[in-house]
Design a protein around this ligand. Structure first.
Ligand code: TAP
Length: 492
């Protein structure tokens, strides 16, 4: 076991091995457990109990019972509990940031700067919407005396990936709970710690038993049992396009609506009139954030011919100056890749990109620093090549950007839109009016200008095409998506 310099409360949480899962207000163990591995060392930091299909089945049963009262709870009560949860998250920010850092590998500063506070804000944002919502709307029609009532669906199931466990969980469950649904959550097997800690905070906040259930388990076993349970009324999945397609199929057979937030291959269009230094800084930050394991990051950079050489030279310097290190060290700007398997995949993609004619401008190797040799590190990588290179098209999910040249702005929009994903793109230009026109033309859920990875509650974050369907997150529309509409009419 690695010796870690951690907050004593973090250590105390990890000590109770294997960490139990949380179902119907009880902490349970299944008899099967797995190690939770720190990607900076590839050593176990704790073990977790793995829920089995019967545990998932039981959790759905309990969530169904809990829904009977939670779904009818006054919005002000739901608001108060969600706000309490947000305040407990803020109280324990240091512990949560440490858990996220040792589990995912990300710099602790990243977790305290974004993952944890932004998750807390999600519970507050949707708590407010819960009380502001109009649950009954008079229709004022001629033939009928009618109104629409908006009601929660029932049990909502959530399956999450390993890259932003705490934030994505908040984006998913906060609107569902605010609207009055109960939730059964399966976090990724590799990164369950912060979600289990959330369950502890939910218990302390006083959520009624069965409202929030957190059960780590294998995707193909426990996850499969959850997604195929026909009693769930809503399915929300965040993860790869391949697993999303499977979940969509399974839910389709049960006629359960599935909200799918999937992968991406974001384009950045860097125009000839862009502020080159700002674009280099913004895009280097975007592709090295969470070691590039960000669904909406910009991993295809289309650079205008006039500034290509200057931009690439500056980007190379910026990439080579990124400090790699264990997330818990203060100097680290980029941590290790979350799993050995994902690191191997990234190297494989880079090799295949080269086999298809791409050249490495910088990076693409393990760092020379001996102290990092046990972790899953890779140096930030710039590839240059052609549009038809498979890795200018497909998601790599690592700190790898593909450089492409362009001359004509309309032509580059067409080239960028040929990609089958549709998550997030950005335009970089000092001509804001022109940038807006180009931003409108890019096909995706999100078009950002002179920035990449832009989030704010109220700003809808969605997707189209191979990046998902089912509504997106972070806005009023997300909250409304967790309410079903029922017409009530009497003939006059
Ligand atoms: P996946 O391999 O798809 O795994 C995601 C989750 O699905 C894990 O909890 C996994 O469980 C579970 N799972 C696997 N097979 C399952 C099955 N048959 N039934 C039910 N659950 C199953 O994705 P990942 O590698 O963790 O995450 C990376 C991907 O997520 C990338 O493509 C990234 O772009 C995407 N992503 C998208 C977004 C948004 S908002 N669009 C945000 C973050 C990430 P195990 O952990 O046990 O395998």
């Amino acid at each position: 076991m690695t010796q870690l310099t951690l907050n004593p409360n973090t250590l105390a949480f990890l000590e109770n091995k294997p960490l139990a899962f949380f179902s119907n207000g009880e902490w349970l163990r299944s008899g099967q457990s797995i190690d939770v591995v720190d990607p900076a060392t590839n050593q176990a930091v704790t073990q977790i109990a793995m829920a089995q299909p019967q545990d998932m089945n039981d959790a759905v049963s309990h969530a169904e019972v809990a829904f009977k009262s939670w779904g009818a709870t006054a919005p002000a009560k739901r608001q108060a509990l969600l706000q309490k949860l947000a305040s407990l998250i803020r109280r324990d920010e240091d512990i949560l940031a440490e858990l996220e850092s040792i589990d995912v590998g990300k710099p602790k500063a990243e977790a305290t700067g974004f993952d944890v506070p932004f998750a807390a804000d999600s519970y507050d944002y949707f708590a407010t919407l819960a009380v502001e919502a109009q649950y009954e709307v008079e229709l004022g029609l001629k033939v009928t005396d009618s109104h629409t009532v908006k009601k929660p669906y029932g049990v909502a199931a959530f399956v999450f990936p390993w890259n932003f466990p705490f934030t994505l969980c908040a984006w998913g469950i906060a609107p569902a709970l605010a609207a009055g649904n109960t939730v059964v959550i399966k976090p990724a097997s590799e990164t369950p710690l912060s979600t289990l800690y959330l369950a502890k905070l939910a218990e302390e906040a006083g959520f009624p038993k069965g409202v929030i259930n957190v059960l780590p388990g294998s995707g193909s076993v426990a996850g499969e049992a959850l997604i195929s349970d026909s009693r769930i009324k809503l399915m929300s999945f965040t993860g790869s396009t391949a697993v999303g397609r499977h979940i969509g199929e399974v839910c389709g057979r049960n006629l359960v609506p599935a909200k799918l937030e999937l992968g991406g291959k974001g384009a950045a269009i860097i125009c000839s009139d862009a502020d080159v230094d700002a674009a280099v800084e913004g895009l280097t930050g975007a592709i090295t954030l969470n070691a590039g394991q960000v669904c909406c990051t910009a991993s295809r950079w289309y650079i205008h011919d006039d500034i290509y050489d200057e931009f690439v030279a500056k980007a190379k310097v910026a990439f080579e100056s990124i400090v790699l290190g264990r997330g818990l060290t203060e100097s680290a700007q980029m941590g290790p890749i979350c799993t050995e398997k994902q690191l191997a995949k990234i190297f494989e993609c880079i090799g295949d990109a080269q086999a298809h004619g791409a050249t490495i401008v910088t990076g693409g190797v393990r760092p020379s620093d001996e102290s990092l040799s046990d972790g899953n590190y890779i140096t930030p990588t710039l590839l240059a090549g052609a549009d038809d290179n498979p890795w200018a098209i497909e998601e790599i999910f690592g700190p790898v950007s593909f450089l492409l040249k362009f001359n004509d702005e309309q032509e580059v929009i067409e080239r960028a839109n040929r990609n089958l994903y549709g998550l997030a793109n950005s335009v970089w230009s000092q001509d804001l009016a022109k940038a807006k026109v180009l931003a409108h033309q890019l096909v995706g859920g999100n078009s950002w200008i002179n920035a990449h990875n832009v989030f704010e509650y109220g700003l809808h974050y969605g997707a189209c095409n191979k990046s998902g369907c089912g509504g997106g997150v972070n806005s009023k529309a997300t909250f409304e998506g967790y309410l079903r509409h029922q017409s009530v009419a009497a003939v006059r």
